[in-house]
Structure formats: structure tokens, C-alpha cells
Design a binder for this molecule. Structure first.
Ligand code: PLP
Length: 395
């Protein structure tokens, strides 16, 4: 069998039409296929490689850790330096109530842990989430993802999950003293970059505090500089009770975390003991990579220019084919007239050496989320090519 056949038959697929680009290597802003063709990765491996592919400092940290130890013992039983350093680093960059980190392997797993934590801490059962949200594909995370089509084939899901409309103030009254938690993306990603009003998130925070409900902010897609601040919640003057992070945390390595106060997190240590466990969560290689990744973002001051780069990109992409651009920092949803046009744009960009992608719940839009390291010249270049693709479809 050749590689394409193995890919199609022996490797499980989630769509009937995977892109099937065969990768030879990736570096910085670029992915190279096996023919040596370079592609601008304008989606950062879906909001993962915020500092670009294979940043030298991340590679160095991984190599250094390789020379000491890999997996030794799970469940937080042993003291492992990379885990300590990452917990400390997160503590340094997060507000004072978010002191204590629990490391997992992915975003969905961080969501699972956060939901369990909220139920355990409050002793309540009801979970409130938003329509059109996406929090992951495992049973619990799918239960709180507001996409009835994706949910319906896998029912029954978690009970006592109720949905409210994102950014709709009057629905916040549905949060009561029976609600264990509200889980919400600070900016909805897969719904097509939906940016809430300042007053919405502030009122949500107030309502959660008033009712003793834990506010879980999902910054899995928005974290690590993507929206123009280290975390998007900083732009809204609020702080969650539990923060979930993953994707860009590991600088290209698979790691997630849920972070809360020590008081809340301590619930997982008794009644029952070992309230949440994972064998590979907080793997030393991934923690070492994550520490280097955060250092790179801080040392290279990568967040500073994100707003400006985003604004310039938005301006350069305004075109008669585009119906609307929703953008915060370097996170974009570009609405076109139809799903068919979107399909063509994504395909033609690919032919021109630019990787863009679709959204899960916004079929007539495509996404852009370039590495924060993209330069102003590169922004001009890629936007020029994308506009040529738009021209080709218009003519
Ligand atoms: N939450 C948000 C906002 C996401 O965008 C994603 C993934 O796209 C997840 C959770 C799930 O993360 P993972 O795919 O690592 O399980």
C-alpha cells in the first residue's frame, strides 16, 4: 500500500474528503509537503503554533528534557521539575485566584476536569453552556457543546445541561443557585469568531458570583496571545473561577490544563480521593515545551503587536467578495456569500500555498489564525494572494 492508501483505509478519518497534504517538515510560518512545496500555515495548526512551528527554544527544551527523563509516575505522586516549572509559570502570568494547575493531555480533557470540579465543589448538578459553543469531542465536552447536529447521534449525553444564547444579557437570569457552573468560550471560536459585548461578560461574572456558580472560561482557542492579550478575559476586566487551556499552551506539544484556586482544586483530593486522574497528563516533555513556549511569548513580546497586525490584516482583506470579517487580534472569521464559495476559496488558497480552514459551525466562513510571529511584510504578501484568489472567484 502506498501512503495515500494507508491514510484512507488504515487511518480512521473523520470526513470523507480529508485534504491529504503529505507533510515532510514544518518550520516557523511554513509547512512543507513531500514535493518540497512551502505552505503558509495561516491557521497555526488550528490555534496551536502561536509562536510558529518548531521554535528553537521549544526544541531545545524538549531535547534537554529528553536527556533527563520521560514518563515516570502519574497522578501527581512524584515531584517532577518540568511540572513544577509550568505550574509556577502559569501562576506568574495568571490573576491571583488562579493559582493551581491540573495538567491533562488535551482541551476536551481539561473541560472534563473543570466540569467535574465544578460539580464536586458546589455540590450542584446543573451546567449551563452556550448555543453554538464548542468545548471538545469527548462525552462530557460534547454535552456542553451547543451543536444539536453533532450531539444527536451520540445521545444520551450528560443530564442537567442547559443552553443559553451567547451574548444575550436577558438569558443570564437562567443562572440560579442550582447552577454548578457556566462554561463559556471568552470569544466563541468554532461558531465563527463571535465576540461578546464587554457588559455581557461582566454581567455573567456578576451573576455567577451572586449565585455561587463557578464561571469556567474556555480559553483553549483564545489563549496565549491569540486575541491581543495573553488571555482574552483580560480585555473584559473579569477573572474566571476555573480557566481551561490547551492548544497553544504546549508550543506544538499536546498538553492542556484546568486552573483554579487551591481551595477549589483541593476538592479532587478527597471524597473521593483521586477525584480526577490521568496517566499521561503533565508529561515532562510537554511541560518543558510549554514553559519554553510561554517564555518565548513573554521574551519576544509577541502579544504586543497582535492588535495592530490583526487590524492591518482585516483592512487588507476587505474585498467585494467578503460579506463580513469578525476579528479579534489574529483570530478571524471571514464570511462569504455561500458554503460553495468558501469551499473554493479554501481550495484555491491551498493551491497557492496558503493554508486556511473551515469552522465547525459556520459553513459559509473560513478561518485565519496565523502565528503571532507573522511579520508585517508577510501579512501584506499573504493577504495579497488571498485577494487574488477572491478576484479569481469574482471574475
Ligand atoms: N474548546 C475550544 C474552544 C476549542 O476550540 C477546542 C478545540 O478546537 C476544544 C475545546 C477541544 O480541544 P481538543 O481538541 O484539544 O480536545
Amino acid at each position: 500500500m502506498d501512503n495515500k492508501e494507508i491514510f484512507r483505509t488504515l487511518q480512521a478519518q473523520t470526513t470523507p474528503f480529508p485534504i491529504g497534504l503529505e507533510i515532510s517538515r514544518a518550520e516557523g510560518l511554513f509547512i512543507y509537503d513531500t514535493n518540497g512545496k512551502a505552505y503558509y500555515d495561516l491557521v497555526s495548526g488550528l490555534a496551536v503554533t502561536n509562536i510558529g512551528h518548531r521554535h528553537p527554544k521549544v526544541i531545545e527544551a524538549i531535547k534537554k528534557q529528553l536527556n533527563t527523563h520521560l514518563h515516570v509516575m502519574p497522578y501527581g505522586e512524584f515531584i517532577q521539575t518540568p511540572q513544577l516549572k509550568l505550574a509556577e509559570k502559569l501562576n506568574e502570568i495568571l490573576p491571583e485566584n488562579l493559582t493551581t494547575s491540573y495538567f491533562v493531555n488535551s482541551g476536551a480533557e481539561a473541560v472534563e476536569g473543570a466540569l467535574k470540579l465544578a460539580k464536586r465543589y458546589t455540590g450542584r448538578q446543573e451546567i449551563i453552556a452556550c448555543h453554538k459553543s464548542y468545548h471538545g469531542s469527548t462525552h462530557g465536552a460534547l454535552s456542553v457543546s451547543g451543536n444539536p447536529v453533532k450531539q444527536s447521534a451520540f445521545k444520551p449525553l450528560l443530564p442537567d445541561v442547559n443552553f443559553i444564547t451567547f451574548n444575550k444579557l436577558d438569558e443570564l437570569d437562567r443562572i440560579t443557585k442550582n447552577t454548578a457552573c457556566v462554561i463559556i468560550e471568552t470569544v466563541q471560536g468554532d461558531a465563527g469568531v463571535r465576540i461578546p459585548e464587554l457588559c455581557y461578560l461582566q454581567k455573567l461574572r456578576e451573576k455567577c458570583t451572586e449565585t455561587g456558580t463557578l464561571l469556567i472560561l474556555d480559553e483553549i482557542q483564545t489563549g496565549f496571545g491569540r486575541t491581543g492579550s495573553f488571555f482574552a478575559f483580560e480585555q473584559y476586566g473579569i477573572v474566571p473561577d476555573v480557566l481551561v487551556i490547551a492548544k497553544a499552551l504546549g508550543g506544538g506539544m499536546p498538553i492542556g490544563a484546568f486552573v483554579s484556586s487551591k481551595e477549589i482544586m483541593d476538592c479532587l483530593t478527597h471524597n473521593p480521593m483521586l477525584g480526577h486522574i490521568t496517566t499521561f497528563g503533565g508529561h515532562p516533555l510537554n511541560c518543558a515545551a510549554a514553559v519554553a513556549n510561554i517564555d518565548v511569548i513573554l521574551e519576544e513580546n509577541l502579544v504586543k503587536e497582535v492588535h495592530e497586525k490583526g487590524e492591518i490584516m482585516k483592512e487588507l482583506l476587505s474585498h467585494s467578495l467578503v460579506k463580513e470579517i469578525r476579528q479579534i487580534g489574529l483570530m478571524f472569521a471571514i464570511d462569504l456569500e455561500t458554503e460553495e464559495i468558501t469551499q473554493k476559496v479554501v481550495e484555491r488558497c491551498m493551491e497557492r500555498g496558503i493554508i486556511t480552514f473551515w469552522f465547525l459551525s459556520c459553513p459559509a466562513s473560513f478561518r485565519l489564525a496565523p502565528p503571532l510571529t507573522i511579520s508585517f511584510e508577510e501579512i501584506e504578501e499573504v493577504c495579497g494572494v488571498i485577494c487574488e484568489v477572491f478576484d479569481g472567484i469574482n471574475s
